[in-house]
Design a protein around this ligand. Structure first.
Ligand code: CU
Length: 289
């Protein structure tokens, strides 16, 4: 039976059906069936990974879960043994043992080894995130109260535009324009290209996040932070501001569309015309004058 059909059937069984489905897919195929680019109905794992970094984050997360589950079950087993085997009824004359060298060495060494096992992939991931491959494209994401502005560097198209969330009345097609995520001007990037993203803010702290790309970078006024991604899968990927930035914090999504090289070139040519007259001021500020 195709997995998506199984998902539909299990979802009809409510919360526990979905729990069973998620447990099944997590154990068998990882998060291969989680939605890409946005949350999925009753999803438990991470969003689908569209970059190698996001894939490493996902598998690191899954590995940690296995370690956490095992430790929790082990501690629960020890507790149950204490409760049932060594209560005053079952064991009226307790042993007077106070030390056991072997066990003491084990309970010191085993946690150290577990931490080393966690540290190796953790540092490797951190290194990968901070090792920037040469950029094919450089864009800048600027946080504003409450929308994102985007700039494509001079050698990457040289355009600049603002990106606002679509309000409910502007969403003409709810299927392709998800609520609270769809925006008027999407960022478009080519697939399989290294994109450097410079992140800053104009007013207060924001945070630029695209879960399916495994990126999150604080946007700090007066400071230029940088992250990168290489999307290996075409599609639309959403993220939301991830630093509490005021009243409309929940309403400043970012949308990145990953397309083929030819589609990107087409979009860029159109965008250069469309945004040619964009001044340094945001359209809302200009309109208010
Ligand atoms: Cu914000």
């Amino acid at each position: 039976m195709p997995v998506m059909e199984l998902k539909t059937i299990m979802m009809k069984r409510g919360f526990f059906g979905m729990l069973a489905f998620n447990a099944f897919t997590l154990l068998t195929v990882g998060n291969a069936f989680a939605g890409y680019g946005m949350g999925d109905d009753r999803q438990m794992g991470m969003q689908g990974s569209a970059t190698p970094i996001a894939a490493s984050i996902s598998s690191f997360h899954d590995m940690l879960n296995w370690i956490i589950f095992s430790i929790t079950i082990f501690v629960l087993a020890l507790l149950l043994i204490c409760i049932f085997r060594f209560n005053s009824k079952a064991n009226p004359t307790p042993s007077k043992t106070t030390h056991n060298a072997a066990i003491e060495v084990a309970w010191t060494l085993v946690p150290v080894l577990i931490l080393v096992v966690i540290a190796v992939p953790s540092f490797r991931l951190l290194k990968d995130q901070y090792t920037f491959p040469p950029a094919d494209l450089t864009i800048k994401a600027v946080g504003n109260q409450w929308y994102w502005g985007f700039e494509y560097a001079k050698d990457s198209g040289n355009i600049k535009f603002d990106s606002y969330m679509l309000s409910d009345k502007d969403r003409t097609d709810p299927a392709t324009q998800p609520r609270l995520l769809a925006v008027d001007n999407e960022v478009v990037v080519p697939v399989n290209k290294v994109v450097h993203v410079q992140v800053t803010a104009n007013d207060v702290l924001h945070s630029f996040t695209i879960p399916s790309f495994g990126i999150r970078m604080d946007a700090v006024p007066g400071r230029l932070n940088e992250t990168w991604f290489k999307a290996t899968r075409e599609g639309i990927y959403y993220g939301q501001c991830s630093e509490l930035c005021g009243k409309d914090h929940a309403f400043m999504p970012a949308a990145i569309r990953v397309v083929s090289d030819t589609k990107y070139a087409e979009w860029l040519a159109g965008a250069q015309k469309k945004f040619a007259s964009t001044s340094d001021e945001s359209p809302r500020v200009a309109a208010a004058k």
